[in-house]
Design a protein around this ligand. Structure first.
Ligand SMILES: [Cu+2]
Length: 223
């Protein structure tokens, strides 16, 4: 059984593994926490005076369990931190040299994709924009300048395990490398108004030739 949607990016499998690690650690932490609550309750002194009923009556044994439990919870947290660090470092902190650069602007209620135009440079006069359809080449490092025009949106590429909130007035540059050709989803993961559910786009991951053809069409170049 597949719990996740199919994956198409270089980091997807690691993110999925991280999901299971966190789910496992948090699951164990839940059991430990419940035990620490319930165990002192069922093993406490049965006959208590009125004052004792309002007191925490930890015995030495309870205390040992409590400290052991707290230690295990702390170790669980540290384990998650260690496991996620290298992925997070690569995904969020590093920006490998790009092969291609685009911008995505979220607005009520669509995604505007800005392509650099035939000169290959973003933010020049020949930039071309398209709505909701993003064409990218497979196995290339892509830089995406992510922005919002009006309210907070969130660029979510479920199959790429990529999600980034976008805020008006800010440009956030992230990178992605896609490793499977096909048609995938772009959605908004932040409630952004009445038309939020209409903010669906398509991500087309294409081979080098197909992608060049798509770009020529977008740029209106006739062959
Ligand atoms: Cu939105």
């Amino acid at each position: 059984m597949n719990f996740f949607p199919e994956s198409n990016s270089s980091i997807a499998l690691e993110i999925d593994n991280l999901f299971w690690i966190i789910t496992g650690v948090v699951g164990i932490a839940t059991v430990i926490t419940l035990f620490l609550f319930v165990y002192p309750m069922i093993t406490r002194k049965k006959k208590r005076t009125k004052i004792e009923r309002y007191m925490v009556d930890f015995t030495h044994k309870h205390r040992i369990w409590l400290y052991t439990g707290m230690f295990l919870l702390l170790m669980g947290d540290l384990y998650i931190l260690v496991k996620e660090h290298s992925i997070w470092q690569r995904v969020e902190q590093e920006l490998p040299e790009p092969d291609f650069k685009i911008a995505i602007v979220g607005k009520q209620w669509m995604w505007e994709i800005i392509y650099p135009g035939p000169d290959g440079k973003l933010y020049t006069d020949d930039d071309v924009s398209a709505i909701n359809n993003l064409h990218l080449p497979v196995n290339r490092v892509i830089h995406m300048d992510l922005k919002a025009l009006d309210v907070i949106h969130s660029v979510f590429l479920p199959q790429s395990r990529f999600k980034q909130d976008v805020l008006p007035g800010r440009t956030i540059t992230r990178w992605i490398k896609l490793n499977k050709e096909g048609k995938f989803d772009i959605t908004c993961a932040e409630i952004c108004g009445l038309g939020h559910s209409m903010m669906r786009g398509n991500l087309f991951v294409e081979s080098e030739e197909e992608w060049k053809d798509s770009m020529d069409k977008i740029y209106g170049i006739k062959k």
